[in-house]
Design a protein around this ligand. Structure first.
Ligand SMILES: [Zn+2]
Length: 479
């Protein structure tokens, strides 16, 4: 029997999570699973720019095409067209090679139009590949600024180097190396923070006082302590904002502490006030300080609280109901968790399904309407191409049309990757034992956000007075 295989490649220039090798792989595996196909092999090109790399240098693609010619492959799964090539000519060349071997080609990304067949297929395929090429060129244009280019290539371009890093060599500006004399301090500080900051309920000032008493760490000042703990490079992500543009490049060779420790410490830091003069570094959309804004109400006045930097506050004059945000959010989380644990022990599968529906459905609604818009746009492409074929006109890409198509696609990508991460979160809570993960220590900030989304309304005054959940239409909802 002929093999079903997967081909994945990550580009260098857009290191978005949506394009990560793991994401591509799992989409392809899921696609195969839904069709009862067994994957025989994954051809992994790793990180490799389709634009800058010559065809002959793409070893795994060449191996794949050779295996097609040898007749051992029946079916290839890739995430999207742009994984094969970033220019029209190359794409069509590869496509022809695959087709001449009578090998099926499938795209696993939901929003990627399937391969077109028949007379106009080359034209439509070249149009779609043209869109991918346009995107590629557009990225280059956006990175014209040299600092941005440097940042995108994992070089440091945002001023003085973070703690524990030095220049690798004189002639390569921005290329960092770990300063081995400081590694010990960084590791000790995170370890110290894990016990002294995460396990005890304390504030940053008190924590810093205990840092001063530690003999390895006593040289650090308060700002340094904050900056070291909140520096994403220590977990292997080079995060820089240049001219308002954010760059997050993986830099695992510069990792000093493991990701879990970093996340654990930063989940706690996110709730704290930084020392004066330090800008809070928060990964966008990872941490929302008041997670229940608009949901928590004053139990006396029945009005939603307003949010100040640290407190929820009742709007009513004279009502002094003003609890700490972190206290309320934590209490609600514990209540949600207890409810889940309670119900989960009885009938976890049902709870999990409901949880998934409730959290995912707002995203899916948007995704569905986007899919419809994209489908209409694609219908237009087809009509256009048919028209041009009939009249033998020249096909020209309409830039504003391409722009709309690109925007819709990229929003859909974003929403899909968000749905994907929510689903895998819910899926990860499979066995009853693993429900223990729902305890706060076992959850990432983003996951806490997901869980709190099922809370519809809370009434609060010196504790939770009433809580209601977003219910499913179905009868017998356990949540
Ligand atoms: Zn009130």
């Amino acid at each position: 029997m002929k093999k079903t295989v997967v081909y994945i490649r990550q580009s260098l220039d857009t290191d978005k999570q949506k394009n990560s090798l793991e994401m591509q792989r799992s989409h392809c595996l899921e696609y195969a699973k839904q069709r009862d196909w067994i994957i025989d092999e994954v051809y992994n090109e790793g990180k490799c720019s389709a634009r800058k790399t010559e065809m002959k240098e793409r070893l795994h693609l060449n191996r794949l095409l050779n295996d097609c010619k040898n007749g051992t492959i029946g079916r290839i799964l890739i995430f999207k067209r742009d994984r094969l090539a970033r220019n029209v000519e190359q794409y069509l060349d590869i496509l022809h090679q695959i087709r001449s071997c009578k090998v099926e080609l499938h795209f696993a990304a939901d929003n990627e139009p399937p391969l077109f067949d028949g007379v106009v297929s080359d034209l439509i395929e070249s149009l779609l590949a043209g869109i991918a090429e346009y995107e590629g060129n557009n990225i280059v244009r956006r990175l014209i600024n040299s600092k941005k280019t440097a940042a995108s290539q994992g070089r440091w371009a945002a001023g003085s180097y973070p703690y524990a890093y030095i220049k690798k060599s004189e002639d390569q500006p921005g290329v960092l190396a770990i300063d081995s004399s400081k590694v010990k301090i960084v590791k000790a500080l995170y370890a110290f923070a894990k016990t002294e900051l995460c396990k005890k309920e304390t504030d940053f000032k008190t924590f810093f006082e205990s840092v001063k008493k530690n003999k390895v760490l006593k040289e650090l000042d308060e700002k340094q302590v904050w900056k070291i703990l909140s520096q994403p490079l220590h977990k292997g992500i080079m995060s820089q904002t240049i001219d308002g543009q954010e760059f997050n490049e993986p830099a695992s060779h510069l990792r000093i502490v493991n990701v879990d420790s970093w996340e654990e410490v930063n989940a706690v830091l996110a709730l704290m006030k930084p020392p004066s003069g330090v800008e809070k570094m928060i990964e966008e959309d990872e941490v929302v300080v008041a997670k229940l804004a608009g949901v928590v109400h004053c139990a006396t006045c029945r009005e939603p609280f307003t949010v100040t930097p640290k407190m929820y506050k009742c709007k009513t004059k004279g009502c002094k109901n003003s609890p700490h945000i972190e206290r309320v959010d934590q209490e609600v989380l514990v209540t949600v968790r207890n409810r889940l644990l309670e119900n989960g022990m009885r009938e976890w599968e049902t709870v999990r399904d409901q949880l998934q529906k409730m959290i995912v459905s707002p995203f899916e609604k948007r995704a569905n309407s986007l899919r419809l818009e994209i489908k209409n746009l694609e219908q237009n492409i087809v009509e256009n191409v048919k028209y041009h074929v009939k009249t033998k006109g020249v096909i020209a890409l309409n830039e504003s049309f391409v722009e709309t198509y690109r925007e819709k696609m990229s929003e859909l990508d974003f929403i899909e990757s968000r749905c994907y991460s929510i689903k895998s979160f819910v899926q990860s809570l499979t066995k009853e034992k693993e429900l223990e993960r729902v305890k706060k220590e076992g959850l990432k900030p983003m996951e806490i956000n997901y869980l709190l989304q099922i809370v519809k309304r809370v009434e609060y005054r010196k504790g939770i007075k009433a809580i209601s959940y977003i219910h499913n239409e179905r009868k017998g909802c356990l949540l």
